[in-house]
Design a protein around this ligand. Structure first.
Ligand code: 9D3
Length: 254
């Protein structure tokens, strides 16, 4: 997969290119990441990429000319059909499903804005999709782009065959993860749950699924949708728990 990132702060991306999943994917040629700086396409001696907003108000706006030039340059390097994705608080919310869809494409152009954002005419004519990573205010699109790249890169097939662990990811299943334990068996007076030491793989799988289900129900009830319930096929115990929980929450409302 080739990724093209448009940003006036290309140096920020060394945070993800040098180590970890993304660094490894790049090293194994599963992924390439190319940075494109709008400043290189500004035509004044100060390489200006921002301007004052028409209509007044605080902050600056990224001006159209260098942005359109840098987008065209990125398109010329990307594979044919690559989408231009603008990281924006006005975008749809990025999630694991979206990560999977992007991971299945072979070329992508991510546009990270600064200031108050990009001139709307650029978005209308040169951007294919807008994505947000959540309802909180950041200072630019670079961290969101890196978040998206991380979520995508770990889903790419690699030579070590990490696909299986990606499929087992909690969000891939639509549930939160179960608790995890490592040595020692007793730490600060707290013992690892017996079932995990039993060697009974079926019992362990059952316990983990039960833990994941209860946690999801308690912490993120909005994730327990009809769709999830159909997918995971609840045991009788889980059905009882769900009924009890739903009764308790509907009682709270009354
Ligand atoms: C304080 C500035 N805001 C005016 C009311 C608007 C605003 C402009 C630019 C808010 C944030 C930003 C910069 N953010 C992004 O570029 C961004 C972002 C985010 O802030 N949160 C979640 N996802 C994203 S994707 C890009």
């Amino acid at each position: 997969m080739d990724l093209h990132v448009i940003s006036i702060f290309p140096g920020m991306f060394s945070a993800i290119t040098d180590e970890g999943v993304i660094g490894r994917a790049i090293k194994q040629n599963v992924l390439s990441l190319t940075l494109h700086n709008p400043r290189a396409y500004a035509d004044d001696k100060h390489n200006t990429v921002d301007g004052r907003p028409y209509g007044g108000g605080p902050g600056m706006v990224m001006t159209p000319e260098p942005m359109v030039k840098v987008i065209k340059a990125a398109r010329s390097h990307a594979k044919p059909g690559a989408k231009v994705v603008y990281m924006s608080p006005q975008g749809k919310r990025f999630d694991h499903q979206t990560a999977k869809q992007f991971a299945a494409t072979d070329s992508l152009i991510l546009l990270a804005g600064r200031y108050e954002g990009i001139d709307e005419r650029v978005i209308e004519h040169h951007v294919d999709e807008e994505w947000s990573i959540g309802d909180f205010v950041l200072s630019g699109g670079e961290l969101p782009a890196m978040v998206m790249i991380d979520a995508i890169a770990r889903l790419l097939p690699d030579s070590l065959g990490n696909r299986e662990s990606a499929e087992q990811d909690s969000f891939a299943q639509g549930m939160l993860d179960c608790p995890h334990y490592a040595r020692p068996e007793t730490f600060a007076g707290q013992k690892v749950p017996d079932v995990l030491l039993s060697g009974d793989h079926q019992a362990i799988a059952q316990w983990r699924e039960q833990q994941a289900f209860v946690r999801t129900l308690e912490r993120r009830p909005e994730l327990v949708t009809e769709e999830l319930l159909e997918k995971i096929k609840l045991t009788d115990d889980q059905l009882d728990l769900l009924a009890e929980y739903r009764k308790a929450t509907s009682d709270n409302l009354n």
